[in-house]
Design a protein around this ligand. Structure first.
Ligand code: SF4
Length: 221
């Protein structure tokens, strides 16, 4: 996926997110559809114009029972061609950093706010987010992760219902509904800002430490 470096303005563009029905993300662990049912529902989706230029819908993966759900903005070129999330340079960087903190690609379910690649990797439009975000909401409810990691401004502002930038918010967890949310830098942005690579690594270490401190089904201290 091709996220632009974080900027102070709302990553969702000129039209403010308040026009987009923030509530389309339901922050509860209430039972909903299974991932297979959502996958069936999304197949050949033409709800927004992005279907016309996509090669593949990028549903997300790999672990359907992951404790960690990672949310990015939209598929990039490699993801569009393969149908798999985060398989390009950003994905490789993310996988390497996960390994460095003792986690792996298999520990996460990774998806995007929109499932089809916007042309030339532009930001998704408000209407596209409005049409596609219910799939993300349903995926979150199906997976019931313990932690949602938001990569970059776009995913952070969408999931956290905020206009603040990720550079301001990163470095700590926030409770959003039933989920602990950790905003951090998008790996693509760390290509241009080397110091942000350290931010991303520090935040993933925070994630690994949090998971150890909060074992699944265990008590929290
Ligand atoms: S971006 Fe989402 S809503 Fe738009 S066509 Fe693709 S799957 Fe459907």
């Amino acid at each position: 996926m091709a996220a632009s470096p974080a900027s102070p303005k709302n990553a969702l563009g000129r039209k403010r997110m308040s026009n987009v029905e923030y509530s389309k993300i339901a922050y509860s662990k209430q039972a909903g559809q299974t991932l297979d049912e959502i996958c069936e529902q999304i197949a050949d989706c033409k709800k927004c114009p992005l279907w016309e230029t996509r090669t593949n819908i990028v549903f997300g993966g790999p672990n359907p029972t992951a404790r960690i759900m990672i949310v990015g903005e939209a598929p990039g070129k490699n993801e569009d061609l393969s149908g798999q999330p985060f398989v390009g340079t950003s994905g490789k960087k993310l996988d390497a950093l996960l390994e460095e903190v003792g986690l792996s690609h298999q520990d996460v379910f990774i998806s995007n706010v929109v499932k089809c690649r916007p042309p030339s990797n532009r930001n998704p439009k408000v209407a596209e987010v409005e049409e596609c975000s219910p799939y993300l909401r349903d995926q979150i409810r199906a997976i019931k992760p313990d932690v949602i990691v938001c990569l970059g401004n776009f995913a952070t502002q969408f999931v956290m219902h905020t206009d603040k930038g990720v550079t301001e918010l990163r470095g700590k967890f926030y409770q959003i509904g039933a989920f602990s949310v950790l905003p951090t830098m998008h790996p693509a942005s760390t290509i241009y800002r080397k110091e942000w690579a350290q931010f991303l690594k520090d935040d993933l270490q925070l994630l690994a430490d949090w998971l150890k401190k909060h074992p699944r089904g265990g008590s929290c201290d």
